[in-house]
Design a protein around this ligand. Structure first.
Ligand code: ADP
Ligand code: MG
Length: 395
């Protein structure tokens, strides 16, 4: 386990908190979804209560390593101040850590909060260049990483800075590490992985790693068709990655060898065109007509997958079961979300689109954990080391 803000004395200390304030803004610069800011509040409020001098940093958008006021964090400072009902000092300098920022950090009293400008205004940030890490480090004495969404990247503000001072997790990060760590190291069994999404190629490292961890793998989404094809099925014009057929066949064999149950769709919802209003029909998964493409799992498959999920003590889900953005092909994804919600075991959703689907269907209530990091959660499940987690002190 990694140390958290609760394992370190922060009173009177200058604490640098890497947050994920990468919120969407509209053309007028207004925040359209402030959940990430609200999500960061518990760590920030805890530090304020403990009498730390709180210095916040984040990236937002893609300013491409140069100052671009379209991506200034000013809007975040204003919104955060409303959420925590406390003044948030904001200093904007093109160099991010300039004289004004240093002065503002030095002048902080215990319990005061400063937000510095978008760290990606500096091109060194995403290259993890030591000069910028040292500049950030000059501002503070303790590093808190609460940005799971960027933890799979070694950047100055997510990993480089940790070489200069004690580093611990914030509460959001702690929750992510706890859920994913438990799944990877000591899951309640039976442990089921539900995998979908567009491409098999994207998920092969994930399946490979999970074959050593799980009892059951459920496959849906566009990636299912490469598997079905590798078994000799007719898949019509469904999504196919020719160059991955051999690999998927190997994975099927490996699952068998390792005693991992692997479920594939038995029926699919097919249409002639990739359009919501294209007339659809239910086809058997071993007889998809020529010219038809599978855009969702069928009703029999939904029932089988639901039962498998309900029969699990832990479940991790990554990737939608169909083209859920189109209402007529959303039923499979909704059924899986509903099953996770109804499952009494530990249920975890990783993956940006899967999390979006759960929210779209308003099925968040009973799911144990919905990850805040799509790419980071995928890498965690692939068994990779996340630099933004690895750099934190062990308990
Ligand atoms: P996540 O972000 O949860 O990891 P992915 O990014 O891997 O998920 O995949 C999400 C995308 O997969 C969605 O945009 C969805 O429309 C697409 N998809 C799912 N099923 C199919 C299918 N049968 N054919 C084409 N695309 C699909
Ligand atoms: Mg995605």
């Amino acid at each position: 386990m990694k140390k958290t803000v609760k394992d370190i004395d922060v009173k009177g200390k200058k604490v640098f908190v890497r947050c994920d304030f990468n919120v969407p803004v509209d053309e007028n610069g207004n925040i359209t979804d402030d959940r990430r800011i609200a999500g960061a509040a518990p760590t920030i409020e805890y530090l304020i209560e403990q009498g730390a001098k709180v210095i916040l940093a984040s990236h937002m958008g893609r300013p491409k390593g140069k100052p671009d006021m379209k991506y200034s964090l000013k809007v975040v400072a204003d919104r955060l101040s409303e959420i925590i009902s406390k003044k948030v000092t904001f200093v904007s300098e093109p160099e991010v850590v300039g004289e004004k920022t240093k002065a503002a950090a030095a002048a902080l009293a215990d319990g005061e909060v400063l937000l510095i400008e978008n760290v990606r205004f500096r091109e060194e940030e995403t290259k993890n260049m030591p000069e910028f890490s040292a500049e950030l480090a000059e501002l503070a004495e303790i590093f808190v990483n609460d940005a799971f969404g960027t933890a799979h990247r070694a950047h100055c503000s997510t990993a480089g800075i940790a070489e200069h001072m004690p580093a611990v997790s914030g509460f959001l990060m702690e929750k992510e590490i706890r859920f994913f760590g438990n799944l990877m190291e000591a899951p309640e069994r039976p442990f089921t992985a539900v995998l979908g999404g567009a491409k098999a190629g994207d998920k092969i490292p994930l399946i490979k790693n999970l074959l050593d961890k799980v009892d059951r793998i459920i496959i849906g989404g566009g990636m299912a068709f490469t598997f079905l094809k590798s078994m000799g099925n007719e898949i019509g014009s469904s999504l196919l990655e020719e160059d991955k057929i051999a690999l998927t066949a190997e994975l099927l064999a490996e699952a068998k060898e390792k005693g991992v149950e692997l479920l594939l769709p038995v029926d699919v919802v097919c249409a002639s065109e990739f359009k919501n209003d294209s007339p659809s029909e239910i086809c058997s998964a071993d007889a998809i007509p020529a010219g038809k493409m599978g855009l969702d799992i069928g009703p029999k498959t939904c029932q089988i997958y639901r039962n498998a999920i309900l029969n699990s003590s832990s479940v991790v889900w990554n990737g939608p079961m169909g083209v859920f953005e189109m209402d007529n092909f959303a039923a499979g994804t909704k059924a899986v979300a509903q099953a996770l919600n109804d499952c009494s075991g530990v249920t975890v959703v990783g993956g940006g689109d899967s999390a979006a689907a759960v929210r779209k269907f308003d099925l968040e209530a009973n799911i144990s954990h919905i990850s805040t990091g799509g790419g980071a959660s995928l890498e965690f499940l692939e068994g990779k080391t996340l630099p933004g987690v690895d750099c934190l002190l062990d308990k």
